[in-house]
Design a protein around this ligand. Structure first.
Ligand code: FAD
Ligand code: AMP
Length: 464
């Protein structure tokens, strides 16, 4: 069989690329080795975690319903039902993707895909091995949890994002290694479900890729909410015990201490799936396992593109995978395309409070020699945040004084991951701080805090 485009991997990168190729009238095949389409994001990433997070929020409302003047005695958590709800959301969307494939005339082939030679992919599935030809191939094989050397998942004691989502009950005491987005999200979810939680992070702060002020605020809020945060702490050894796990940790003071819990979540980063995709049969160049691409997502092998979590140099996020897919297919179809601009990629971390960010941090902007001016507005001064009972955090704008250019926006607070949208659009449209100061924000809304932060660059916020 011969196709215009063969996509390997059906995560948000691969399935979106296949749909777009179908929309452009290209004869397209999508290869997936898992029984269902959707990848990490749908099955063991973005979607199930946010479903649990939503239920954890609802649960917290019930537990503190008195604050709202609602008597709700003895609320009971039915965790198996919580898991069922999550699974239903996932399967509904997985079926939706299958439907979209049919709608866009994408041929789905179930099996493990490997690049074979110029323009060829070998697919090994239940019914044997076949070789298909493609004028263009898009590699979108995604990533899996990285492990600490010598440690393997062993549920229910040692888990990654995959096993923890199936745990029959919230752990009594959860130890989390790694305070990137995955680690802090699970910490936040299970704290709210009643687990005792300790987070260990080797670097000096939580969410190390975020602006330093955001990390500080998250640590403050985590500690206030009862999550123990051990930053600058290196996990030296992981031992299984009869009832759980024991860690030997070198703390920031240099002292080595032991910590016990009934579940350990390893969240130390994501490894690209590039070792069993036939890359050795091509000219594709790797950088520590990640695929090197140009601005059109082309690899060094003619006709082969790479998108998503396997790509070197862009953050491992679902929306990045999707947009890289749009760039690759647009280029294949000869349409005008804009390459990915790393400074316009929103980050979204679903903790309590949430985090949304885009562009340069204050430190990066200073290091790059801009005339930096910072505006900061606390949610304390925002009436909608008070109505929601969630007024921790702030909006921080990093601007360049020369032209009023918006260099970065960093939000920690209620629905920060939604609020960041305004900043991304403003930066994409190259709006200045002044334009955003003159932009009318509806009242009472959380996003008024974003407008106020732009005003505070000039010391002109009204409610602070
Ligand atoms: P993936 O989603 O990893 O999909 C790759 C697919 O390729 C898989 O289905 C796999 O089975 C298949 N495959 C691999 N090799 C082969 C092969 N040789 N042949 C056939 N098929 C193959 N990102 C966000 O933007 N927002 C979030 O809220 C968010 N939350 C997350 C929470 C967790 C717990 C985790 C782990 C990740 C989260 N992410 C989030 C990251 C997001 O899941 C990834 O960035 C995204 O899934 C990457 O998409 P992808 O298409 O590159 O690959
Ligand atoms: P991310 O790659 O963003 O998901 O984040 C993973 C985090 O895990 C990074 O912040 C790492 O510094 C951290 N990390 C990696 N190895 C260890 C370790 N042995 N102990 C504590 N933290 C670690």
């Amino acid at each position: 069989m011969s196709y215009d485009v063969i996509v390997i991997g059906s995560g948000p990168g691969g399935y979106s690329a296949a749909i777009r190729a179908g929309q452009y009238g290209l004869k397209t095949a999508l290869i997936e080795k898992w029984p269902k389409l959707g990848g990490t994001c749908l099955h063991v990433g973005c979607i199930p975690t946010k479903s649990l997070l939503h239920t954890a929020e609802v649960w917290e409302y019930f537990r503190h319903s008195d604050d709202q003047g609602i008597a709700c005695e003895n609320p009971r958590l039915n965790y198996p039902r919580v898991l069922q709800r999550k699974d239903k959301i996932v399967s509904t969307h997985a079926n939706g993707i299958e439907l979209l494939m049919r709608k866009n005339k994408v041929q789905v082939i179930k099996g493990h895909g490997r690049l074979k030679g110029r323009g060829q992919v070998e697919v090994t599935g239940e019914s044997g091995t076949q070789v298909i030809d493609g004028k263009h191939i898009i590699l979108a094989t995604g990533s899996e949890a990285r492990m600490i050397p010598g440690v393997e998942p062993d549920a229910p004691r040692i888990v990654t994002n995959v096993e923890i989502l199936k745990a029959e009950a919230p752990p009594r005491k959860l130890l989390v290694i790694g305070a990137g987005a995955v680690g802090v999200e699970f910490a936040s979810i299970f704290k709210r479900f009643g687990s005792e939680v300790i987070v260990f992070e080797m670097l000096p702060r939580l969410v190390p890729v975020e602006d330093e002020d955001v990390s500080k605020e998250l640590e403050r809020q985590f500690k206030k909410g009862g999550i123990q945060c051990e930053t600058g702490a290196k996990v030296l050894e992981v031992q299984k015990t009869d009832v759980g796990v024991r860690l030997q940790v070198q703390l920031s003071t240099g002292k080595v201490e032991s910590f016990e819990g009934d579940m350990l979540l390893v969240a130390v980063g994501r490894k690209p799936n590039t070792d069993d995709a036939g890359i050795q049969n091509t000219r594709i160049e790797l950088d520590r396992g990640f695929v090197k691409v140009d601005s059109m997502q082309r690899t060094a092998e003619p006709g082969v593109y790479a998108i998503g979590d396997i790509v070197a140099g862009t953050p491992q996020l679902a929306h990045v995978a999707t947009m890289e897919g749009m760039v690759a297919v647009g280029h294949i179809a000869g349409k005008p395309v804009k390459p990915i601009n790393k400074l316009r990629i929103p980050g979204a971390t679903y903790t309590e409070p949430g985090i949304g960010s885009v562009g340069l941090t204050e430190k990066q902007a200073r290091e790059q020699g801009y005339q930096v001016k910072v505006g900061k507005f606390p949610f304390m001064g925002n009436s909608k945040a008070s109505i929601l009972g969630s007024h921790g955090g702030f909006v921080k704008v990093v601007a360049d004084m020369k032209y009023g250019e918006i260099l970065g926006v960093h939000i920690i607070g209620p629905h920060a991951y939604e609020l960041i949208a305004e900043a991304v659009a403003a930066m994409e449209a190259e709006a200045t701080v002044e334009t955003m100061m003159a932009t009318i924000h509806a009242h009472p809304t959380l996003y008024e805090a974003v407008g106020e932060a732009f005003n505070s660059v000039y010391g002109l916020a009204i409610n602070a």
